[in-house]
Design a protein. Structure first.
Length: 116
C-alpha cells in the first residue's frame, strides 16, 4: 500500500510559478511510474504529466508542455511538478498518482488557484 501526500499548492498571480511536491511512503517508490492529474470545479479529472520509474522518460498533456516540468528523486521518495507561466485555467486541485496509466494510488490533492 502506497501513501501519497501532496504539498506546495497555493494562490498565485497569472504568470507566476509554483512547485508541487508529492511524498510517497509505504511501498517501493522506484517500482512505480508517477503522475500528476488535476480536477477543476465541475470538470473531470485530467492528466497533466507523468514520469517513468527511472525518471528517464516524461510525458505531458498539451496544456502543460513548455510550462510544467515533472521530476522525481527516488532516494527521497519524492515527485515534483514545477509549474511556470501559470494561467487562470490552471486553477484546480492537483493530485499525485502512482502508475498513472491506470492509477493504483492517489494523494488527497493540493489546491492551486491562479488569479488573473
Amino acid at each position: 500500500q502506497v501513501q501519497l501526500v501532496e504539498s506546495g499548492g497555493g494562490l498565485v498571480q497569472a504568470g507566476g510559478s509554483l512547485r508541487l511536491s508529492c511524498a510517497a511512503s509505504g511501498g517501493t517508490f522506484s517500482d512505480y511510474a508517477m503522475g500528476w492529474f488535476r480536477q477543476a470545479p465541475g470538470k473531470e479529472r485530467e492528466f497533466v504529466a507523468a514520469i517513468s520509474w527511472s525518471g528517464g522518460s516524461t510525458y505531458y498533456a498539451d496544456s502543460a508542455k513548455g510550462r510544467f516540468t515533472i521530476s522525481r528523486d527516488n532516494a527521497k521518495n519524492m515527485v515534483y511538478l514545477q509549474m511556470n507561466s501559470l494561467k487562470p485555467e490552471d486553477t484546480a486541485v492537483y493530485y499525485c498518482a502512482a502508475n498513472p496509466a491506470a492509477p493504483d494510488y492517489w494523494g488527497q490533492g493540493t489546491q492551486v488557484t491562479v488569479s488573473s
